[in-house]
Design a binder for this molecule. Structure first.
Ligand SMILES: NC(=O)C1=CN([C@@H]2O[C@H](COP(=O)(O)OP(=O)(O)OC[C@H]3O[C@@H](n4cnc5c(N)ncnc54)[C@H](OP(=O)(O)O)[C@@H]3O)[C@@H](O)[C@H]2O)C=CC1
Ligand SMILES: O=C(O)[C@@H]1CCC=N1
Length: 267
């Protein structure tokens, strides 16, 4: 199987990295396309794959093709490739807010096989979370293959398309909120005198371990929080202050702003 990427920016490189590390295919079985020499060189250096300046080369050489340009470039990119689509092509679109309906129309309402996907950057280290929704022209076998590509860089689930804006706000954009939290927690360690490098290790491992507890114990996050809060102890003092500063509301409103932005990107 050969996998293509039209647009080799941040998210394409993260997914390529995950796919290669998992051994789903070798670097020589991945083809990217990018308009700038800088972009092409960066991807070649990062992932050792072939990168062309011609999007049609990707259609020529690949079956499963990720559309990984920014949402505003979908129209010109699809205009340039739509007359060269063949039966073996499955297009995997990751653009925030870009719907299957929009994609179908852009390809000229032909029976083009499309899967809408929302991945996230932890794909780069094999810990991504992807949502997928195929259109009616994708066979069960092709859906399975798409999920196996996505599973190479983390977890992947079929989700109804009406939840894609929410998924974008939670798992698509979510790593950024977690990085902000890790940065802030590490800053607190630095305030207390810890060297910065060590502070990132302590903050990141704390987030990693807490996430693993949620995944592995099946306990409610509130119960796990209560287990940390000794009566009259340090943690409940911090929880009190965080609640007074609207910590949870800030997170809910932040993720909701991303969800609303995803919906608004359709215009
Ligand atoms: N970043 C993330 O965490 C996530 C992003 N996404 C989605 O992924 C998509 C890409 O985002 P991201 O990787 O962050 O953005 P980037 O800007 O890093 O990547 C986009 C790439 O597309 C290239 N490009 C521009 N025009 C064309 C064209 N006509 N043909 C081929 N390639 C082209 C750009 O080239 P150059 O810059 O060299 O001009 C760039 O390398 C977006 O639609 C976004 O919504 C989805 C989930 C998570
Ligand atoms: O910020 C963005 O628009 C993209 C989509 C989800 C994550 N990054």
């Amino acid at each position: 199987m050969r996998i293509g990427f039209i647009g080799t920016g941040v998210m394409a490189n993260a997914m390529m990295g995950g796919i290669i590390s998992a051994g789903v295919c070798k670097p020589e079985d991945i083809v990217g396309a990018d308009p700038t020499e800088f972009g092409r060189n960066k991807t070649k250096e990062q992932n050792g794959v072939e990168v062309t300046d011609n999007n049609l080369d990707v259609l020529e050489k690949c079956d499963y093709i990720f559309l990984t340009v920014k949402p505003q470039y979908y129209a010109p990119v699809i205009e340039g490739i739509k007359d060269h689509v063949k039966d073996n092509h499955v297009f995997i679109s990751i653009g925030a807010g870009v719907t299957l309906d929009y994609l179908g129309k852009a390809f000229g309402d032909k029976s083009v096989k499309l899967v809408r996907v929302m991945p996230n950057t932890p794909a780069q280290v094999g810990e991504g979370m992807s949502a997928a929704c195929p259109n009616e022209f994708v066979s069960e076998e092709e859906t399975k293959t798409t999920l196996s590509i996505l599973a190479a860089f983390g977890k992947a689930e079929i989700i109804p398309e009406n939840l894609f804006d929410v998924v974008t706000g939670v798992s698509g954009s979510g790593p950024a909120y977690v990085f902000l939290f890790i940065e802030a927690l590490a800053d607190a360690a630095v305030v207390g005198g810890m060297p910065r490098r060590q502070a990132y290790e302590f903050a990141a491992q704390t987030v990693y371990g807490a996430a693993k507890m949620v995944m592995e114990t099946g306990k409610h996050p509130g119960e796990l929080k209560d287990m940390v809060c000794s009566p009259a102890g340090t943690t409940i003092a911090a929880v009190r202050t965080l609640e007074a500063n609207n910590f949870r509301s800030a997170v809910i409103e932040g993720a909701n702003a991303a969800t609303e932005k995803s919906a608004a990107m359709r215009g």
